[in-house]
Design a protein around this ligand. Sequence first.
Ligand code: GDG
Length: 472
Amino acid sequence: MSRLVVVSNRVADPRKTSAGGLAVALAEVLNNTGGLWFGWSGKIIEPSGEGTHRDPPLHTHQAGPVKLVTLDLNREDHDAYYLGYSNGVLWPVFHYRLDLADFDAGYIAGYRRVNQLFARKLAPLLREDDIIWVHDYHLIPLAAELRALGCNQRIGFFLHIPLPPPLILAAIPGHDWLIRALFAYDLVGFQSNADHSHFCSYVQTEAHAQNLGEGRWRAFNRTVQAGAFPIGIDVEEFTALTNAPEGRDMYERMRREYSRRKLLVGVDRLDYSKGLPQRMRAFRELLTRNPETHRSATLIQIASPSREDVSAYGDILHELESLCGSINGNFGELDWMPVRYMHRTVARARLPGLYRASRVALVTPLRDGMNLVAKEFVVAQDPQDPGVLVLSRFAGAAEQMPEALLVNPYDTEATASAIHLALQMPLEERRERHEALIKTMRRFDVHWWCDTFLETLAKAQAEETGTPWLRL
Ligand code: GDG
């Protein structure tokens, strides 16, 4: 059987738990299949440090069935590739936030340099029959760089974040280069049908690609297969976590602490794509319009720290803190605090208990590739007395979860009404909606995602014309 080689910006010990959708999903995949996981170590070599100008050495570490191979980045590369192009250009634009993008011309060179470095260090480790699975926006040109070094293995790519429509994508200087780079893969996967359809419109209108049918496109002397592969969660693992002592303990404690209240919960990385200020405004609107919710509704919002060295993240932190402060200041009572906000990461083992003790989950991103919190919330519920999911229609998850209460997070009043509806929803309706949602979660879990992607990759026809792949 072929060995699986996963490449992503960051690598984590798959036996340990972490915050962040990609790390959680990949750890689950690799724990099952074994193989190699390659990426950045998270360490930065400062300019004064030795060996700044040499290729950094590789660090190898065996973690159960998975071999982790990482490299450090020098400060200049890190700042241009990670802070600059990946998180200052691609992340905002792919989340439709042109206003937050910083199109500094220097960034793209650093992005390219690091992708070349990854290819140079990874290529000698590869076996002929390896299957390579590259993840996310940091590494779009990696396959093109590997091909330029003579790698002919099957290579698949999965984009964890949304792909915007062609006209938004076209705002990125070098967008044509990026999309052309996708043609070096055999399979390109997206989270949703919407993202996949944006890819199809782009390659048709901007790259004049030929539609070969069944998701296959031909351009630049290469054929690429593309499709939607919505990521799922490990339902069994999350159910076990819910029933484990720490999960139960958390559940009991929350129930005791909030016995007289209905809990609402939000769990997000602190990111401007997650719509946290809009959520707070909707919650404030709920309290303003519905006095009977005072003293009874408490929102626990966990915002785990994320990318604190990117400037837009500092702004969102201040906005959120000020909104939470003013809601508590205006509505709070001596014995009731409407919002409990934590800018901290909570241990993963405690999340299911918190979800289960909550009557409503607020998952209201302005734009999200998928959103795994929505799925975790559904799985953690007691089927006899389940909570209600309020979900943004702009999360990729909305395509698969129509039984949630779908909202437009920009519409404060409508979102407040949906939250009100969720708080009052009768048991029978909660059960019905939950039953439909959990069925989908079980059917399209993380194993389905992984198996379907890898099976499609194995079958994808890598139709070369004999022209070797040229460096972009
Ligand atoms: C990207 C895409 C896509 C959050 N706070 C804590 C914590 N988390 C965990 C959650 C969940 C994960 O992190 C977050 O996943 P999301 O899917 O919500 O979001 P992103 O991190 O933005 O992930 C996203 C995903 O990739 C997968 O493809 O769905 O659209 O943006 O698992 O539980 N975990 C712990 N403490 C926290 O405080 N332990």
